[in-house]
Design a protein around this ligand. Sequence first.
Ligand SMILES: NC(=O)c1ccc[n+]([C@@H]2O[C@H](COP(=O)([O-])OP(=O)(O)OC[C@H]3O[C@@H](n4cnc5c(N)ncnc54)[C@H](O)[C@@H]3O)[C@@H](O)[C@H]2O)c1
Length: 425
Amino acid sequence: MQENAIAIIGVGYVGLPLALSLAKFHPRVFGYDLNSKRVSELNSGFDRNDNICNVVPSNLSFTAELVTIKEATTYIITVPTPIDEKRLPDLNPLRQACRDIAQVISKGDLVIVESTVYPGVTEDICGPLLQEESGLKQGKEFFLGYSPERINPGDDKNTLETVIKVVAAQDDKTLNRVKQIYEPVVKAGLFVASSIQTAEAAKIVENIQRDLNVALMNELAIIFDKMKIRTADVLEAAGTKWNFQKFTPGLVGGHCIGVDPYYLISKAESLGYYPELIRAARRLNNSLADYVSQKTLDLLAGSGVSIVDSRIGVLGLTFKENVSDLRNSQSPMIVNELKKYGAKVLAHDPYISDQGLLETHGIELTDWQDQKDLDAVLVLVPHDFYLKEKRLALFKTLKAGGIFIDVKSAFDRTLLGDNQQYWSL
Ligand SMILES: NC(=O)c1ccc[n+]([C@@H]2O[C@H](COP(=O)([O-])OP(=O)(O)OC[C@H]3O[C@@H](n4cnc5c(N)ncnc54)[C@H](O)[C@@H]3O)[C@@H](O)[C@H]2O)c1
């Protein structure tokens, strides 16, 4: 069936590319967002997240007015699913989205959840809430689907079009409808999961698996550091075996890998099972900022530099390479820890243009030109700007005897001067 109009609820990192892609194949698409500033920016073709600067197609419009999206026959929810200060799932944005949709939904409409959730949320929380607030019966008068998002901001290769998309629905008829919505967009094809809960679980497992693998690499890196063996060299050697899985150590942040495991942990614990491995991986990955800060202080002290008033360049503050997303990034913690010991920290990130960090973390960014006469350079996130554009200039920012800390082993250490020290995780 042809959808009259599709409304995306929450047009952030996930919702915006989805709305733009759907608008290529469906006659009418709305992007609804509570944040009216974001709505007016998007209507003028400006995306502050990752500069997806587009002329907005005429069949796509962004709105903060619920009444505008009433003509939709399908609502796709892409609102955030964060954790609270106790690291428990915060489903408030999702609940709010359901309450809002319930005000405009009509008989026969379809609601698809794309936000990452633990198994059961779509059918046990969203469905009943939509039913209660709209007065319509779930499965008879409105229908539920789930399709997890696999978008990877900053990655031009693995996109909505090129990566297989998992879909699921509460019955076969609804499933066909869900498939018709996504099929034209996702050139790589769809995978039909056996149930909504299976699809919800699959998404969360993708991120947990990555969290665990990175945690293992981080643990190995800590052990090898004590033994003065370079982990990158070990992994290169081990990687020559046919079944060795290639992962690298590093800081884990963002809204997915650092958050989603807590959703399954919380659900498991509500069922009386206390996941040990998943929790251990989270603990280990959360401790890496402290490890890197302490290591920097040790290296400085070891090279005879007084930490008070030492000049340390900290490069890359976002949670990963080549994006402007700062959510749950561990870099600000490292900056503040070094500042606490009296170091003069010159924080820099080419992807962050505003001074929002000052309000959230008390960190003022510096210009690239200020990176000079440094006792240590810490490349926390090797953006292409550092790896390609400033690769050679970067080494010259260090004083003689300075320390180059390459957290992700992204640089060629042979480019360092003879009297400069190199360290990587
Ligand atoms: N960002 C990613 O790379 C990624 C990848 C896969 C899955 N996910 C999942 O997708 C979901 C969305 O993540 P995101 O990164 O796009 O979030 P985001 O913070 O970038 O965007 C969410 C948008 O939703 C809006 N919003 C919040 N509550 C709302 C409500 N009740 N009604 C309408 N709008 C609302 C916000 O104003 C914001 O613009 C999360 O569950 C996340 O885990 C994200």
